[in-house]
Design a binder for this molecule. Structure first.
Ligand code: IMP
Length: 194
């Protein structure tokens, strides 16, 4: 069985990918590698940060690896917070702080306040470096709704739905989400490998 590191300790993302891949490919997490390093995400693009994380594992452990990075791109803010989504309201900002700041920055901007979530996965394997992208268009609502999910979910309404991501079940969100779409592309690539 092939082994691949997923440069993440997010238990939810790990179990989702393991479930999809079944026993074709063994997915190893950073904690399985006893890697507790803060990998610096210093690039100014999602592609760059995903690649930094994948490359870190390849260079330090000599193992093939993939990593993801996600951003929320808001049209009225010229694509911000984008690659800085996790730290929009400051280095150790909570989801709550980030959501409040985004609503504040958009106050006075008329609906629809168009936005999209974008995820990039970088994979380093025996064939080279590959990128897989997934995105979902939608809009930033005027106020929070729903209590599922995380991050900006309570104020992001995907196109074609009346609910925010935080009002959908996990399964519904995964079936249309930026990350779900990027993961599907990665999985299709991995499943087609000899
Ligand atoms: P990460 O690259 O997956 O860690 O995502 C960076 C930041 O984007 C997170 O800290 C969240 O604020 C936001 N984010 C990523 N994915 C989602 C999502 O599915 N829903 C809401 N916010 C998200």
């Amino acid at each position: 069985m092939k082994k691949l590191v997923f440069a993440s300790n997010n238990a939810h993302k790990l179990s989702e990918i393991r479930a999809i891949l079944g026993d074709r490919i063994e997915i190893i997490s950073l904690s399985d590698l006893q890697c507790h390093d803060e990998i610096p995400e210093t690039a100014d693009t999602l592609e760059g940060n995903a690649l930094i994380k994948a490359r870190y594992v390849w260079e330090h452990y000599g193992l093939y690896c993939f990593a993801d990075d996600t951003g929320l791109e808001v049209e009225a803010l010229g694509g911000a917070p984008g690659v800085y989504s996790a730290r929009f309201a400051g280095e150790h900002a909570s989801f709550e702080d980030n959501v409040s700041l985004l609503l504040e920055r958009l106050s006075g901007v008329a609906a629809p306040r168009r936005a999209r979530f974008r995820t990039v996965i970088a994979l380093i394997d025996e064939y080279g470096t590959h990128f897989f992208e997934g995105s979902v268009d939608g809009e930033i609502t005027l106020e929070r709704s729903g209590d599922h999910g995380f991050g900006y979910d309570p104020i992001f309404r995907p196109e074609g739905r009346e609910e925010t991501f935080a009002q959908l079940t996990e399964q519904e969100k995964n079936s249309m989400s930026h990350r779900g779409r990027a993961v599907q592309k990665l999985v299709r690539y991995l499943q087609a490998l000899p």
